[in-house]
Write a protein that binds this ligand. Sequence first.
Ligand code: SF4
Ligand code: SF4
Length: 447
Amino acid sequence: MKKTFRGGTHPPEFKLTSGVATTPLPVPELIYVPIQQHIGAPGVPVVKKKDEVTVGQPLTQSGGFVSIPAHAPVSGVVKDVIPYANPVGKEMMTVVIETKDDGGDGKGEEDPNWADATPDVIRERVKNAGIAGMGGAAFPTHVKLSPPEAKPIDTVIINGAECEPYLTSDHRLMLERAEDIVRGAMLVRKTVNAKKLFMAVEDNKPDAFESLKKAAASLDSSIQVEMLPVKYPQGAEKQLISALTGREVPPPPALPMDVGCVVQNVGSCVAIYEAVRWQKPLIERYVTITGSGVKKPTNVLAKIGTPLTYLIEAAGGYTDDAAKLIMGGPMMGNALWTDTVPVIKGTSGVLVLNKEQAIIGEEEPCIGCGRCVSVCPVFLLPTNIARLSELERLEDADELGVLECIECGSCTYICPAHRNLVQHIRFGKAAVMAAKRKATTKKEKAA
Ligand code: SF4
Ligand code: SF4
């Protein structure tokens, strides 16, 4: 087993909060729950202004198969359903709840036979609980657990790599909830009928590796806990599959299931376990608040819908020279224009950089050094694709594989000319996808 992948980079780790235990965040007076926090169709609101809601109650219903509901993270009254600032960069319909009380953790009655739940029951509970990938991708989990018969799964990989600099929420979860992660992982393996179950941790987290290993040994000795060398983006699905199985996922639209694999994040495993055992919906998550722009970096357990202002406060507030707010890590996160946006299901961290760290060098002409090509984990030509995207030569960008880009940012990080490569590529990717969707709709209408 090679345990690594081709390409990749080694950005400084800055794991400032790996030794900070997770503490529950006080519940805010107002909670903001967007109707869509996942990839796929938005949920359809089933509550209206002035409705009383109790913790765990559905606020939306699924808008299709690739869709999940959102639930009330607290008990209270619906203040309004309005367009509101969202981490994805645009306003989105959001259910605003005036909190009466935190209502507890949202667990329902325990199913004493949870460990014997059938794959269909597991899928149904996971869907009803509104679980989406908690590593940031936010793809509905029940869909990943429903591979077609023609694509049998033999391997499940549990992703504890947490390769983004600064973030430690998964690290803390592996230390604090290891047995629950393993229980969730076993449910995943059962659901997709896989033989092998790997759990993968980077070697900068030896304590998390030991913690998972101990939990796995006590619950199921067939689970393989693997230590992987630190390299970014080790936690990307395709790179993890390549490192652990030697299999290469073909270009899109191929998925991990095309090579017999399902990958789940450690946080998703805990959510799956709680959904199956207590029918608990996904209403809270571990979040890291970190960086040179907050006074006391920390890890918290936050209710979904909590405005980031509360998280910043929990981290001691902004430093005087705080300059840039990012949801997620520095490589793949989104820069935010306001701290009033809420925590959503895919929020693993909030990063604040000070003025010095936030400075991005001025873009200069490409010097043709080829570094971006050597680090690209999907073997693309970032400089060419970025240029074609910038020029809106979409067919050419598509030809060079713009849709294969996993937006890891390695090319931008390594570029000595400070080219905004991933930013241009992201634009090109979105434009190509939009053009393809338009063409498909036109074709369907004509048929
Ligand atoms: S082109 Fe895409 S996948 Fe390749 S290094 Fe750049 S961001 Fe990562
Ligand atoms: S790393 Fe930057 S300067 Fe070097 S080839 Fe790529 S875009 Fe050009």
